[in-house]
Design a protein around this ligand. Structure first.
Ligand code: NAD
Length: 299
């Protein structure tokens, strides 16, 4: 019989991920800070719990999809949290992007209670969550990974067991460096070309088939060209992720100079009130500095 699954955190990503699990036939117990969101999804046939503790009391596997380390800590260790209701032998699958250091600390506390934890952050954004095609990078024991695999296969299609606890979060930090630095590079290229009089869509057409082309370029093409910064993946979440990458670099003695610059650029975007925009809005910072908006004066 399929395991009973709890799902905590039903935002842009967690909502559709939980929906896909329900549609596959999993029996779900939902919890979200804003209860209406859980009730809306539960309309399709799930139970809504009053607290994370209640979720843990009734489930074999509990999936978390929360913004950042403090929220995951609160949900796991806080009052009426998961730890208070945890069943022996239960598995926590944390799919949020958080610090690998916090992950290892939480895993230890969960193990002390006779349960275990898998970190399984994702890449692929809202469309990947909706279509069940996320890339999932997991850290934990082989046994826990195999136990979670049927669930992960509903939510994603590129599923990698990267290594022990925390390795999934480390892989995600690496992923976020590549995505941020690439978005910044594309933004510089497009603003330069546009102010120099070449249409940005022609630039993307010309370079996307060569070495400069990437999944990031393909996925964010329309955001850049249409100036559509509806998220998607919010600037403040990506800023949080670069903070995790920089802190991890500091812990292990790895200097990440370009990551640090892009981190500061995202800080500026937040200060300008664009923290809730899609991360492709890094383009607008380059535009501000160049006093030129994509397409201006290009015929
Ligand atoms: P979101 O802000 O849309 O969703 C977070 C959900 O958690 C919300 O429903 C919120 O109500 C709930 N929540 C927040 N604090 C809570 C608390 N203390 N108790 C209970 N519920 C709480 O964020 P999202 O975009 O779905 O991202 C979730 C995670 O996935 C983040 O770690 C993010 O970095 C990661 N991620 C997001 C994307 C993306 O494209 N959006 C892609 C990959 C990874």
């Amino acid at each position: 019989m399929a395991e009973k699954v709890g799902f905590i955190g039903l935002g842009i990503m967690g909502g559709p991920m939980a929906q896909n699990l329900m549609e596959t036939g999993y029996e779900l117990v939902l919890y979200n800070r804003t209860t209406e969101k859980a009730e809306e999804i539960a309309d399709d046939g799930a139970t809504v719990a009053e607290s994370p503790k209640e979720v843990a009391e009734s489930c074999d596997v509990v999936v978390l999809m929360l913004p950042d380390s403090p929220q995951v800590e609160e949900i796991v260790e806080g009052e009426d949290g998961v730890l208070e209701g945890l069943k022996e032998g239960a598995l926590i699958v944390d799919m949020s992007t958080i610090s690998p250091v916090v992950t290892r600390e939480l895993a230890e506390k969960i193990e002390e209670r006779g349960a275990s934890m898998l970190d399984a952050p994702v890449s692929g954004g809202e469309p990947g969550a909706q279509q069940g095609t996320l890339a999932i990078m997991a850290g934990g024991s082989e046994e826990d990974f195999e136990r979670a695999r049927p669930l992960l296969e509903v939510m994603g299609d590129a599923i990698t067991h990267v290594g022990p606890t925390g390795a999934g979060q480390t892989a995600k930090a690496a992923n976020q460096i590549v995505v941020a630095v690439t978005l910044e590079g594309i933004s510089e290229a497009l603003v330069l070309a546009s102010k120099a009089g070449v249409a940005p869509e022609k630039i993307l057409e010309a370079i996307s088939g060569g070495l400069a082309g990437s999944n990031v370029m393909e996925a964010k093409k329309e955001n850049f060209l249409e100036h559509d910064f509806e998220p998607g993946f919010r600037v403040d979440l990506h800023h949080k992720d670069l903070g995790i990458a920089l802190a991890t670099g500091r812990e292990y003695g790895v200097s990440l100079p370009v990551t640090a610059i892009v981190d500061q650029m995202l800080e500026s975007l937040k200060t300008k009130g664009r923290g809730d925009r899609d991360h492709s809005a890094i383009l607008t910072l380059i535009e501000d500095q160049a006093q030129h908006e994509l397409g201006d004066g290009v015929g």
